[in-house]
Design a protein around this ligand. Structure first.
Ligand code: HEM
Length: 355
């Protein structure tokens, strides 16, 4: 039966047009005021006069004035140190993310958002933020418009409502918190996460386009190694992380890959349509490895970069193991996911903290 199933091809290499990215999304003002822990008047000044007079700024400024000084982070002897994110706010935000997942079934796109923020990391560049990685840069329109990020504006819009409630949580932390929570809530392993990621402050700090992988490159194995080795990840981590495709769907109008709908996606849950890699695409388990190995179902997706996991001898060793041993997959996935979530991040405090 294997020959019945052909690999997915880009059905409409639709590139993301600027018009499809919601123009109202102007996170820069938000980002600039997001961190209420101003450490110096310079930080305020650097926001620029236009953002200072925006309604958003004024609303947040009055909220700031209502806060006790210990929360604002002025350096007084009695106030606690103000980290990049407030651990207590992160914990409450996690509960809000759980609620969001229950109503919107957005687990997959939140995982993809966290991965695309972190996956721009280049281990050969030492300076932050030039090295890319989990620094919240994906909130800026210039990066959202990169072809690889098509559709992720929808994930950002969902999280923005939570961000607006918790100004002492950075975008970089919120993206990674949302992704790890989505994996765990979908039945996946507990991810050993740490927090305290500092946000980049402006769109000029976004990485250039082209650091994320293509789904259909001429040599998929070599391409995956180029991209993931640049992040400092190895073959085992490439295979384990690819297992995140046990969740979610591909949509021709976003990435150009997959069918517009299948019997597994035509009724949702969430926005209907797209082609999933697995039958139960909101459940995190090892079915991705079983399904791409067997290729028995034309309604399930196999990208060239998925297929190669059972073709390349080194990748195959792990893919075969994960297809029969879900515990091994969960162990390796949890470790690799945590590592991915830390790539390129600058932590405050430097060692990070857990919640
Ligand atoms: C190995 C290289 C990878 C390639 C070439 C790739 C490619 C893709 C493509 C083409 C889509 C469809 C996007 C759309 O049309 O909406 C997608 C979706 C997705 N990717 Fe990947 N991906 C890769 C690795 C990863 C990794 C490492 C993760 C997470 C750790 C991940 C998580 C996801 C998820 C959860 C979705 C579903 C999103 C949704 O349903 O909205 N991917 N990926």
């Amino acid at each position: 039966m294997a020959d019945r199933l052909t690999l997915a091809t880009p059905s409409a290499m639709a590139s993301v047009s600027a018009a499809r990215i919601a123009p109202r999304f102007l996170p820069s003002a938000n980002a600039a005021v997001a961190k209420l822990c101003f450490r110096s008047p310079l930080e305020l000044k650097s926001l620029g006069s236009s953002s200072l007079f925006s309604p958003l700024f004024l609303a947040q400024k009055s909220a700031l004035q209502r806060l006790p000084s210990s929360r604002i982070g002025y350096s007084t002897a009695s106030s606690p140190k103000c980290f990049a994110s407030d651990p207590e706010e992160l914990k409450v935000a996690r509960e809000d993310i759980k609620e969001l997942l229950k109503t919107k079934f957005c687990h997959p796109i939140l995982v993809r958002l966290g991965w695309h923020d972190a996956g721009t990391y280049n281990k050969n560049i030492e300076e932050w933020p030039q090295r890319g990685g989990a620094n919240g840069s994906l909130r800026f329109e210039v990066e959202l418009k990169h072809g690889a990020n098509a559709g992720l504006v929808n994930a950002l819009k969902l999280l923005q409502a939570i961000k607006d409630k918790y100004s002492n949580v950075t975008y970089a932390d919120l993206f990674q918190l949302a992704s790890a929570t989505a994996i765990e809530e979908a039945g996946g392993p507990k991810i050993p996460m740490k927090y305290g990621r500092v946000d980049v402050s402006g769109p000029e700090q976004c990485p250039e386009e082209g650091r994320l992988p293509d789904a259909g490159p001429p040599s998929p194995a070599a391409h995956l190694r180029d991209v993931f080795y640049r992040m400092g990840l190895n073959d085992k981590e490439i295979v384990a992380l690819s297992g995140a495709h046990t969740l979610g769907r591909s949509r021709p109008d976003r990435s150009g890959w997959g069918k517009p709908e299948t019997k597994y996606t035509k009724d949702g849950p969430g926005a209907p349509g797209g082609q999933s890699w697995t039958v139960q695409w909101l459940k995190f388990d090892n079915s991705y490895f079983k399904d791409i190995k067997e290729r028995r179902d034309e309604d399930l997706l196999v990208l060239p970069t998925d297929a190669v996991l059972f073709e390349d001898p080194s990748f195959k060793e792990y893919a075969e193991k994960y297809a029969v041993d879900q515990d091994a997959f969960f162990r390796d996935y949890a470790e690799a996911h945590a590592k991915l979530s830390n790539l390129g991040a600058k932590f405050d405090p430097p060692e990070g903290f857990s919640i």
